[in-house]
Design a protein around this ligand. Structure first.
Ligand code: PLP
Length: 431
């Protein structure tokens, strides 16, 4: 028995000499005594929605695409790729390289930077396949914790997981930059710029390049240029979390323009990509982290460090999702089909924005509602208060986050007017 083990046992010996394992009051003696962690808001919301037996319930919580029948959609092009993979006898279940499938990571970099990016031509990038977008954010945070100093700036508000990811990576100085202006229901641009200007040199800026979660508000390209100028001047480290390329506008190129602009300015940066939304591969956990460096040598070094972090974490990534994505992205015909299906998803969401807006206008719901159609991407930040959100849930069986965010994909032609009527009621009757 090791010294450490003896010590643990002697610390837990009772006066009678019995081990705690036989003590009736186990909780006070557990080696793992802790407190109950709060449940995850989104996953809890989905569980409550599933438990609700009302036939008219509406789930606007989780950011996952639904078709007009409220069902998850497996993209036909994904099905095609799956069949091709299953029928390919050359594929096996050997371990992948630590940084994943090369055809996948290379295609991912082309997708976000563009075919003709100088960073690609000059081999100034390091990429690793990751456990979806969350894993890409975490890998990037782990890397930055070792090689950058911070503080870390996340937007106010932001995706609920950002703070926790950076905290768990070890950062203890995580600050917020202004993003949402409740008065204009738009971007608090001047305040954001001012914050980046005053931030200590070398701060880490976590930015959403398109379809900002939760607000659905993105800077214009001119505004991105001003953000890039300040980031460059102050040597800030830019980390783009790109979970929605193609979802925001239905246009892959347009949704990548912020990232491409920063790269065109010669900036070093990190990019997290997720294929959960734009391929509908939510549970395949397929993503990519790329680091754009100034030199090929810098990229090589970054790549080796990413591999070192991954090896000690999950060793190497799973294959199936990345095989699907690389099959599609590297085949011109399948790629065309994917772009078409991506547009189908984006357009349905845009139509729902219009339908919700029209219903609220028809009902003459007090307030202005242009933001519903001005915002883009998966989410809309409605401006509804926590009290109104609660009544929507209790009285109308509508499930959404307390901050008033709705996932547009949860709306369809059968429920959108009913939802508008519920909103109309709470706006008139609840503060
Ligand atoms: C801003 C943002 N980043 C990252 C993610 C990560 O998603 P996933 O890990 O499912 O790819 C999400 C998902 O909702 C998101 O909204």
């Amino acid at each position: 028995m090791t010294h450490r083990r003896l010590e643990v046992i002697s610390n837990h010996l009772q006066p009678t000499g019995t081990f705690p394992y036989y003590n009736a009051d186990m909780s006070t003696n557990s080696l793992f005594k802790t407190t109950l962690a709060p449940p995850d808001v989104i996953f809890e919301l989905t569980a409550s929605y599933k438990a609700d037996t009302d036939p008219n319930k509406i789930n606007l919580g989780v950011g996952a695409y639904r078709d007009n029948d409220g069902k998850p959609w497996v993209l036909p092009v994904v099905k095609k790729a799956e069949h091709a993979i299953v029928g390919d006898n050359s594929l096996d279940h050997e371990y992948l390289p630590i940084d994943g499938i090369k055809q996948f990571t290379e295609a991912s970099v082309r997708l976000i930077l563009g075919q003709n990016s100088p960073a690609i031509a000059e081999q100034r990038y390091a990429s690793a396949q990751t456990i979806s977008g969350t894993g890409a954010c975490r890998l990037g945070a782990d890397f930055l914790y070792q090689f950058a100093k911070g503080p870390v700036y996340i937007s106010n508000p932001t995706w609920a997981n950002h703070r926790a990811i950076f905290q768990n990576a070890g950062f203890d100085d995580i600050r917020e930059y202004p993003y949402w202006d409740p008065k204009t229901r738009g971007l608090a641009f001047e305040a954001l710029l001012d914050c980046f200007h005053k931030a200590p040199n070398g701060s880490i800026l976590l930015l959403h390049p398109c379809a900002h979660n939760p607000t659905g508000v993105d800077p214009t390209l001119e505004q991105w240029a001003q953000i890039a100028a300040i980031a460059k001047e102050k040597n800030h480290v830019v980390f783009f979390d790109c979970a929605y390329q193609g979802f925001a506008s239905g246009d892959l190129e347009k949704d990548a323009q912020a990232v491409r602009y920063f790269v065109s300015q010669g900036m070093e940066l990190l990019i997290a990509q997720s294929y959960a939304k734009n391929f509908g591969l939510y549970n395949e956990r397929t993503g990519c982290l790329s680091i754009i460096s100034k030199t090929p040598q810098g990229a090589k070094e970054a790549s080796s460090q990413l591999c070192k972090i991954i090896r000690a974490n999950y060793s190497n990534p799973p294959a199936f999702g990345a095989r699907i994505v690389q099959t599609v992205l590297n085949n011109p015909q399948l790629n065309e089909e994917w772009i078409h299906q991506l547009k189908t998803m984006a357009n349905r969401i845009i139509e729902m924005r219009q339908a919700l807006y029209s219903s609220l206008l028809t009902l003459k719901t007090p307030g202005t509602w242009n933001h519903i159609v001005d915002q883009i991407g998966m989410f809309s930040f409605t401006g509804l208060t926590p009290a109104q959100v609660k009544v929507l849930r209790d009285k109308y069986h509508v499930y959404m986050t307390t901050n008033g965010r709705i996932s547009m994909a949860g709306l369809n032609t059968s429920n959108v007017h009913r939802f508008a009527e519920a909103v109309d009621w709470v706006v008139r009757n609840v503060q």
